[in-house]
Design a protein around this ligand. Sequence first.
Ligand SMILES: *Cc1c(COP(=O)(O)O)cnc(C)c1O
Length: 404
Amino acid sequence: MVKTPIYMDYQATTPLDPRVLEAMLPYFTAHFGNAASRSHVFGWQAEEASEKAREQVASLIGGSGREIIWTSGATESINLAIKGIANFYADRGKHIVTCKTEHPATLDTCKRLERSGWEVTYLDVDRTGRLDPEAVREAITDKTVLVSIMAANNEIGTIHPINEIGEIVKEKGAFFHVDAVQAAGKIPFDVNACKADLVSLSAHKMYGPKGVGALWIRRRPRVRLTPIIDGGGHERGMRSGTINVPGVVGFGAAAEIAQKELPEEAERILRLRKRLHEKIVSRLEDVYLNGHPEHRIPGNLNLSFAYVEGEGLMMALKEVALSSGSACTSASLEPSHVLRACGVSEDLAHSSIRFGLGRFTTEEEVDYVADRVVEAVTRLREMSPLYEMVKEGIDLKSIAWTAH
Ligand SMILES: *Cc1c(COP(=O)(O)O)cnc(C)c1O
């Protein structure tokens, strides 16, 4: 018998790996020093631990530790990257290129810049959520300062051709920021392969602690930015404030584990995801995959169950932690902007469920969840007058209806 509740929301956050906790603990107690204290051993130990963590995090993405700036999480990293570049290089032009399926941290930051005179191009994606590198080429003008694109999407798992995009961005001479939160540690990702200038990372999406992030900033050629937080000149003046030493130690440990275990782990999780997908679609009709069938991170399965509301399905699956692309699950009231950008109809967006698998997901859990999903969808459809009509061969497109 599997233990419930089952966690299947790994794109929202991941549990802390016990090995990470182990690495962090001494830095809450014995080694509590302030990494900026230069006059005693407590400070030196904290500084040394933070420097080691920079190397561990940088190594995961093929960078150098000296290029890492600690932040409070990827939301801050993304804000610092976009606003920092925009403010420092505004005299080069005031144009940014990004994509419609980006995380709100990117979209809302760009929207704010629009209020202070910046022009932002929000690129479209195809039905699988993929961006065409040629669209990036066409969007870049001589006024374009920055291109900001995510490596992998958090809702539908789609992986963008980030290396091809980076090639074009550098050819055109703009700065390139990559939100690599869902890619780092999950799929091979390298700052040089994609020619990034800035890369945002978050510890809690890779089995590290919450509230810790990093911004990798290329040193050669040098990338400069205007800080958002002033005071004390920590992090080479780019992000002042006392470093969260236990947090960054945890981030470092998490990055080292991810790097070491990535190939095996990706394979194992991919197998589980395929098993879950297969066990559902082999027993249910009218289930649609959102995102790309191949270019997707191993731990993401996003499905729309026609004639069933995602909200209702999640209620019926209370013992499984899932997330839905319909309204009401997030802080906003809109259905998923990502599914909308993929051209998914409002009805199917409302019936979408994201299954997020990860390091601690077991085969037993996958089988249990598949069985529960099949039962619940079957039952909900039996109760649906809509589904009844479809079964009787009535063309739904001919009558007006909403998902509610
Ligand atoms: C979670 C996430 C973020 C935000 O990271 P936080 O550390 O939670 O602020 C940004 N981008 C993507 C793709 C994410 O999944």
